[in-house]
Design a protein around this ligand. Structure first.
Ligand SMILES: [Cu+2]
Length: 375
C-alpha cells in the first residue's frame, strides 16, 4: 500500500485527479492539498497520457492542467506581474560620488500554492518564490541588507564578482534566524545572473525556494562602440522602453521530498502562462531573462514555437552568443537573455515550453498572446 501511494504521487501522476482522490490522506502528510477533482473541468482527467482533442479547452495543451487558479493573493505574488517586477532598490550617493543601491531582503518560511490545490512549504526571500528580481546598473555599489526571519540559517550567494567575505556561504555571510548581514559589492559584470541560498544541505535550501534573478544592465558609457545596444538593455531609457522585457526563472518542486520534482514551472506556478497568456504587442521586440534553478534534474530548456531567437549566454555580451535558435538548454545556475520578435507573424497564441516533454506536461509551459497594439 505504501509503495502504491508513493508511486501514485510521483511525477506524472501527481496532477491526476484519480491519484489525489484515492491517496488524499497520504498526500496530506507530504504536502498539504485539496482534492483537485473537486475543481471544475478536472474530474474527467483522471488518467494521464491521452489528450482530449474534442475538448476545445485542451486544444493547446495536454490533460495535465488542473482546473482553476492558485490563490495569488494568499501566495502574495502573481506570476503575471512577476514577469516585469524589477526591484531596483533605494538609490543614494556614496561620499566618492558613486551610486549606491540598497536592497532589503527578508528570509521567511511560507506555504505557497504551486498548482491549484497543491501546497508547498517554501523558504522564501521576501515571501515570494522566486525571490525579488534585483536589478542594478553596471558599476553601481550594491548593498543587500538580508534579515533572516526564517526557521533555518540562510545566506544570499550572488553570482557576480565579489570578495570572499561577501560570498554568502557557511563561514562568510551565513545568517542565523533572527540575525542580519549586509552583503556589499560592485554590480559586475553586466548580465543576467542569479542569487540563491548557499546554506547546507545546498540542494534542499535551493529547492525550497531560496533563489531569484539578479540582472545587471550594461552602462552605455562603458561600451561606446555598442552604446545603443547597451542603452536598450538599461532599464528606463527611451531605447529600453521600446522593448518588452520579462524575467522567467525555471524552477520545480519536489512535493513529496523523494528528490524528484512533481511540478515544473517558470516563476513557480505550473501552467500559469498557459491559463494566462503573456500579452505581446506585435511590433515590439521581446527580451526574456531566463534563469534555471531547477534542482534534481541535470538540465532544463526553453523552446519557442513558430519563431527563433538570438541568445546571450549569461547576458554578459552585447552581441549574441547563439544566433537564430529556437531551443536552448541550461544546467542549474546557467542563464541567458533571449531576444526575438513577432513583427512578421500573424497575431495569435504562440507557445513556449521546456523541451523535456515531461517538464512541459508537469507545468513548464506557457503562451505568448501576440496582438496589435491597442492604442
Ligand atoms: Cu537557506
Amino acid at each position: 500500500m505504501r509503495d502504491w501511494i508513493r508511486r501514485s504521487l510521483s511525477r506524472r501522476n501527481l496532477l491526476s485527479a484519480g491519484a489525489l482522490a484515492a491517496a488524499g490522506a497520504g498526500l496530506a502528510t507530504l504536502a498539504r492539498t485539496q482534492p483537485v477533482a473537486a475543481q471544475s473541468g478536472h474530474a474527467d482527467h483522471g488518467t494521464h497520457g491521452a489528450t482530449s482533442a474534442s475538448d476545445p479547452k485542451s486544444h493547446a495543451h495536454g490533460n495535465m492542467i488542473s482546473g482553476g487558479d492558485v490563490d495569488n493573493a494568499k501566495n502574495g505574488f502573481d506570476p503575471s506581474k512577476m514577469l516585469t517586477d524589477w526591484e531596483t532598490g533605494t538609490l543614494s550617493q556614496l561620499p566618492d560620488g558613486r551610486r549606491l543601491r540598497t536592497y532589503e531582503v527578508t528570509g521567511e518560511d511560507k506555504e505557497i500554492e504551486i498548482i491549484p490545490g497543491v501546497f508547498f512549504p517554501a523558504w522564501t526571500y521576501n515571501g515570494r518564490v522566486p525571490g525579488p528580481t534585483l536589478r542594478a546598473t553596471e558599476g553601481d555599489r550594491l548593498r543587500i541588507v538580508f534579515r533572516n526571519n526564517g526557521s533555518h540559517p540562510h545566506t544570499m550567494h550572488f553570482h557576480g564578482i565579489h570578495s570572499a567575505r561577501m560570498d554568502g556561504i557557511p563561514g562568510a555571510g551565513m545568517v542565523k534566524p533572527g540575525e542580519e548581514f549586509i552583503y556589499e559589492f560592485d554590480a559586475l559584470p553586466f548580465g543576467c545572473h542569479l542569487y540563491h541560498c548557499h546554506a547546507l544541505p545546498l540542494k534542499r535550501h535551493i529547492h525550497k525556494g531560496m533563489y531569484g534573478a539578479f540582472i545587471i544592465d550594461p552602462d552605455p558609457a562603458r561600451h561606446p562602440e555598442q552604446a545603443a545596444i547597451a542603452s536598450s538593455r538599461l532599464l528606463g531609457t527611451p531605447e529600453n522602453k521600446e522593448w518588452q522585457e520579462f524575467v522567467m526563472v525555471m524552477n520545480a518542486f519536489d512535493t513529496d521530498f523523494d528528490n524528484e520534482n512533481e511540478v515544473y514551472a517558470v516563476n513557480t506556478v505550473g501552467h500559469h502562462y498557459t491559463k494566462h497568456p503573456i500579452p505581446i504587442v506585435r511590433g515590439k521586440p521581446i527580451r526574456v531573462y531566463v534563469v534555471n534553478v531547477t534542482e534534481f534534474d541535470p538540465i532544463n530548456s526553453f523552446h519557442l514555437h513558430g519563431n527563433f531567437f538570438d541568445y546571450y549566454d549569461h547576458g554578459t555580451t552585447l552581441t549574441p552568443t547563439l544566433k537564430t535558435v529556437d531551443t536552448v538548454m541550461q544546467c542549474q545556475g546557467q542563464r541567458g537573455i533571449l531576444e526575438f520578435n513577432y513583427k512578421g507573424h500573424e497575431t495569435g497564441l504562440y507557445m513556449f515550453h521546456a523541451h523535456q516533454s515531461e517538464f512541459a506536461e508537469l507545468g513548464w509551459m506557457g503562451m505568448f498572446d501576440v496582438a496589435e497594439a491597442t492604442s
